[in-house]
Design a protein around this ligand. Structure first.
Ligand SMILES: Cc1ncc(COP(=O)(O)O)c(C=O)c1O
Length: 369
């Protein structure tokens, strides 16, 4: 069986380093925040190229805390794609804000300055912030979107949960927005062995506000300046992430190499669209997502051939029952949901396995389409 993704593939290779990191935390006696979390926050901020990074409990909290840190709160409108993990939208709702859905570009599957402008023009009132999701490890043009946000007086938050290490014109995503959110869910390009997340920002006040809000609004122990919540990056996870971070670029390069195999082997099949990014983008292929009208038949055929696939995501967020109060017409989002299929990709996927997947995709599509 060729799996679609492999959350724990790196654990075997890094076993000794992980064990040493866990042992260090256990011996330190420091089990909430403390030096391990601070060391990882520093290393991650340096990697992304921001002045600050603040570790939190998971990626969903990272999105909501990033939004709160830049001034979003109850009753505000936030523009975001409906073609994303539902977590992005749940984060907006969790702080009492409301979604304004933005359609995607059909080729890159991410929002653009143009689709954002159209959504802002159609919104029922002022919009406080926009969230660009760098979906699948691709990049939503953070320069054009950032410029539009500044021109229209919006805060700009990047959701980088699927794009650790991706770049735009050589600069890492997460360093463009007023604040950026990352998830360390185990399947992510940089994944912990449990939940984790981080907010990156170069705005000292936003960073300070996340520090406050992640721990009961405490500036000082037992004194809550605000209500806040409990959402802290666990020191054992921080120590493990500190093992994985120096390997991230190499692992992303392995993902790009798998993607290049697919690109070459799947080129020219009628009716099949391959992942596509702008020339300024250096993607990190959290997913390798193809598009075809024959998606369901292809997925079944691959399953019968021992190849796992997935659909990210089958129901756009605005079509889900919990979001029925916020209807929208999003033609590209809805078309994508019918056509997308995520092929197996993870750093340790053997090239021969990727070639076999591509050969099976070609065999099916050239026979039936
Ligand atoms: C785009 C996106 N945003 C946010 C999240 C939320 O991350 P977490 O699962 O760590 O809460 C995820 C991961 O599921 C994601 O893919």
């Amino acid at each position: 069986m060729i799996l679609q993704s492999s959350p724990v593939a790196s654990v075997d290779e890094d076993k000794a380093a992980i064990a040493a990191a866990v042992e260090r935390v256990v011996r330190s006696g420091w089990y909430v925040l403390g030096p391990e979390v601070e060391a990882f926050e520093r290393a991650f901020a340096d990697y992304i190229g921001t002045a600050h990074a603040v570790g939190v409990g998971n990626g969903t909290d990272a999105v909501s805390l990033a939004l709160e840190a830049v001034g979003v709160g109850p009753g505000h409108r936030v523009a975001l794609p409906a073609h994303t993990a539902v977590a992005t939208a749940a984060a907006v709702m969790s702080i009492g804000a409301e979604p304004v859905w933005v359609d995607i570009d059909p080729a890159t599957c991410v929002i653009t300055a143009e689709t954002l402008a159209a959504a802002l023009d159609a919104a029922p009132g002022p919009v406080k912030a926009a969230v660009a999701v760098h979906l699948y490890g691709g990049v939503a043009d953070p320069v054009a979107i950032g410029a539009l946000c500044r021109a229209r007086g919006l805060k700009f938050v990047e959701d980088c949960a699927q794009a650790h290490g991706a770049r735009w014109n050589g600069r890492r995503v997460g360093s463009f927005g007023d604040a950026a959110a990352f998830s360390f869910y185990p399947t992510k390009n940089l994944g912990a062995l449990g939940d984790g997340g981080i907010v990156a920002t170069s705005d000292a006040r936003a960073a300070e506000r996340v520090r406050l809000l992640r721990q009961y609004g405490w500036r000082e122990r037992y004194v809550s300046d605000e209500v806040g919540r409990n959402s802290r990056l666990d020191p054992i996870q921080a120590a493990i992430l500190g093992v994985f971070l120096p390997r991230l670029d190499a692992r992303n390069a392995q993902r790009r190499a798998i993607a290049a195999i697919y690109d070459a082997a799947l080129a020219g099949i009628p009716g099949l669209a391959l992942p596509c990014t702008a020339p300024e983008a250096e993607p990190v292929f959290h997913q390798y997502v193809i598009q075809t009208a024959a998606r369901d038949g292809l997925a079944a055929f691959l399953r019968d051939n021992g190849i796992g696939t997935a659909i990210h995501y089958p129901v756009p967020v605005h079509r889900q029952p919990a979001y029925a109060r916020f209807p929208a017409a999003l033609p590209h989002t809805e078309a994508a949901a019918r056509r997308i299929l995520s092929l197996p990709i993870y750093p340790q996927l053997p090239p021969e396995a990727a070639k076999r997947v591509a050969e099976r995709v070609r065999a099916y599509l050239c026979r039936t389409v």
